[in-house]
Ligand binder design. Structure first.
Ligand code: CA2
Length: 147
């Protein structure tokens, strides 16, 4: 049985679809889960799809991915701009890491231009709304195949 792609989402993303649709789109996180599942399945992979508002829980899941996952897709949300601890965990994960964002943080406020997570990412997909997750899952499946 091949290992799944872990798709992790950070704080506040459980509220997607409810506020700021002009920035983050109308789709809910459940809609995005379904899109990711379909995209992974087209590549013969399964996903483990989780969201947390808590830094430590995200770190626990990244550590779990070390043994259980073939790749990690992560939208760290606000923690991407602040969390050295999540960066440290990702550096130790030992499988490809794809960072994704619904919006394009580089085109927004200056404080969003730095993301610690990018330092541990093989690649970053930003600015395509829910499709950022789908593209990231496809990239992760491709990298996992090569590994
Ligand atoms: O564009 C992204 O995906 C972000 O990771 C979203 C984060 C933001 O801090 C990053 O700079 C870019 C914010 C997530 C907030 O989630 C919301 C959920 C529902 C409605 C509004 C925001």
């Amino acid at each position: 049985m091949s290992k799944p792609i872990y798709v992790l989402s950070g704080p506040n993303l459980n509220l997607l679809g409810a506020r700021e649709p002009e920035i983050y789109g109308h789709q809910t996180l459940e809609d995005i889960r379904r899109l990711c599942e379909a995209r992974a399945s087209a590549s013969g992979r399964e996903i483990v799809f989780r969201q947390s508002n808590h830094e430590g829980e995200l770190i626990d899941w990244i550590q779990e991915a070390r043994l259980q996952a073939c790749a990690v897709v992560i939208n760290p949300a606000g923690y991407g701009h602040t969390s050295v601890a999540i960066l440290d965990a990702l550096k130790m994960v030992g499988v490809p890491v794809i960072e994704c964002h619904l919006s394009n943080p580089a085109a927004r406020e200056a404080f969003r231009r730095q993301t610690y997570v990018s330092l541990a990412a093989t690649g970053v997909v930003s600015g395509f709304g829910a499709a950022s997750y789908e593209l990231a899952v496809e990239a992760a499946a491709g990298l996992a195949r090569q590994a």
